[in-house]
Write a protein that binds this ligand. Structure first.
Ligand SMILES: Cc1cc2nc3c(=O)[nH]c(=O)nc-3n(C[C@H](O)[C@H](O)[C@H](O)COP(=O)(O)OP(=O)(O)OC[C@H]3O[C@@H](n4cnc5c(N)ncnc54)[C@H](O)[C@@H]3O)c2cc1C
Length: 450
């Protein structure tokens, strides 16, 4: 029997309708795939996933795992000859244990839903990508997603204790543990985290929850220049204080937010730093943080209640939507040692001037994770050369500063050449060895990641 007939006969939720496959062919990277996938499998059980992979392995058909398709690196882009394996229907939170402070979830659970469910027990799921309301835990695990709170609580991988993974040939394995500690065997959980659907399909996860902080305080400071703002973040790093959020927005970003949202942040300074502290000692912590940030600032403000805090974070949350209101955006995602953040901002400004493009930069400053957003005309049919070249310059800058070409969005389709430059031939060779051990027929998300 031909592959698609066999698939439809043995798995529920298979569609080959052009509208259905077109709807899952790309992600939020804006990539147009070559051709359309042959089918989409909307899995609602682990067995659906196992059967799909067993058949795809047998027939050597490429499979593209998909969460919610919010990825920015093209990881879930699926072209002709592929089958999209949509995990969005596996969306149950199967347990929350308030004593062990863990949740057991299926991959299609939306990240914000898990956080909300944890809150009912006085807990939180700490990793908070800005896409938390629209992206899945499975996608977050596959990209090792980050977010604002990661400066204190760590990225997704640091919250994942164990995984259920369907291998390329349909075998189901469980990695890791339900305990806080555990060192038995190789750390296969870490291997699957961030592997962008290339080594296995995540069908379940045990994740760590954290106590919901009793209180959260916010401080904002404005500066004469982005270099003053970066210097303030460095000064803060030297104090051993522990902000739970530390964000930095450059002048171009502050201006575009004002233009789109009708705010007047630019009147207070040319760059903004937004910090939060949480937990029992948050009040003393934010006072100390505000003191350091305030030294060279042109304006400061603090908030203790949720509504005012949200108002102060508003600028940061509105950064990308404001840019996208006026232009299309190539969203970059480099990470440098945080001691070199000022050089990264300076370098990006230099690249914008040299290439003649508009770049808006904001950063998870506490992690050195910088998002330079290169704007271009909405009507452009393809990525303008100057934009692509500026993107390449930014990757080169990240490597020159001892950083990486992706802090949280992943390698996906776009950064494979740059990954090779970052890690070198021997590491790529190890990647290839692992890939062929786990997916000898190369059916899992080929052409992505590494
Ligand atoms: C407005 C906006 C804001 C964003 N903010 C952030 C941010 O702050 N931080 C951040 O890190 N990212 C951010 N992103 C990027 C994106 O949301 C994340 O990469 C997210 O983790 C992707 O989740 P998803 O469910 O949409 O996965 P998808 O886009 O569907 O897939 C992403 C990758 O994971 C693989 N995959 C998905 N599910 C599975 C699974 N169950 N098993 C194996 N592989 C799987 C796919 O094959 C693909 O390679 C943002 C995106 C948008 C649009």
């Amino acid at each position: 029997m031909a592959f698609l007939d066999e698939l439809a006969a043995s798995v529920a939720g298979v569609s080959t309708a052009p509208g259905d496959v077109a709807a899952v062919a790309t992600d939020r990277s804006g990539t147009t795939p070559r051709g359309l996938p042959s089918a989409v499998v909307r899995a609602s059980t682990v067995d659906d996933v196992r059967r799909t992979l067993r058949l795809a392995h047998e027939h050597r058909v490429p499979v593209v795992p998909r969460g919610a398709g919010t990825g920015l690196a093209g990881g879930a882009v699926a072209g002709s000859g592929t089958v999209v394996l949509d995990l969005g229907g596996l969306d149950r939170i199967t347990g929350i244990d308030p004593v062990d402070e863990i949740a057991v979830v299926e991959p299609g659970v939306l990240t914000a839903d898990l956080d909300r469910a944890a809150a009912e027990h006085g807990l939180r799921y700490a990793p908070d990508p800005a896409s938390a309301a629209i992206s899945t835990i499975g996608g977050n695990i596959a990209t090792n997603a980050g977010g604002m709170r990661c400066v204190k609580y760590g990225v997704t991988g640091e919250a994942v204790l164990g995984l259920d993974v369907v291998l390329a040939d349909g075998r189901l394995i469980s990695t890791g543990r339900r305990t806080v500690k555990g060192v038995a065997g190789l750390d296969l959980t870490a291997l699957f985290v961030g592997s962008e659907g290339t080594l296995g399909v995540v069908v379940g996860a045990t994740v760590r929850l954290r106590p919901l902080p009793a209180q959260t305080f916010t401080a904002v400071a404005a500066y004469e220049s982005v270099l003053d703002a970066a210097a303030a973040c460095s000064a803060l790093a030297r104090t051993r204080r522990e902000p739970s959020v530390l964000e930095l927005l450059d002048s171009a970003t502050v201006n575009v937010i004002d233009r789109a949202q009708g705010t007047d942040y630019a009147a207070r300074g040319k760059a903004l730093v937004i910090a939060q502290a949480d937990g029992a000692a948050a009040e003393a912590e934010i006072a100390a943080i505000a003191d350091v940030l305030g030294k060279e600032a042109t304006w400061t403000s603090t908030a203790s209640d949720a509504a005012t805090s949200e108002q102060l974070l508003f600028a940061r949350r509105m950064a990308l939507p404001s840019i996208e209101r006026f232009s299309r955006a190539l969203i970059e995602d480099i990470c440098v040692p945080r001691s070199r953040l000022a050089e990264a901002f300076q370098g990006v400004e230099r690249i914008a001037r040299t290439r003649g493009v508009d770049i808006y930069s904001f950063a998870h400053a506490g992690d050195g994770n910088l998002h330079p957003i290169i704007a271009y005309d909405r009507s452009a049919q393809r990525l303008p050369d100057a934009v692509r070249e500026a993107g390449d310059d930014i990757f080169a800058l990240a490597l020159d500063l001892g950083g990486t070409v992706t802090g949280e969005h992943g390698v996906g389709l776009f950064k494979r050449d740059w990954l090779a430059r970052e890690v070198g031939a021997d590491v790529l060779d190890v990647h290839a060895t692992l890939k062929s051990a786990l997916d000898p027929r190369g059916i899992l998300n080929p052409g992505k990641g590494f």
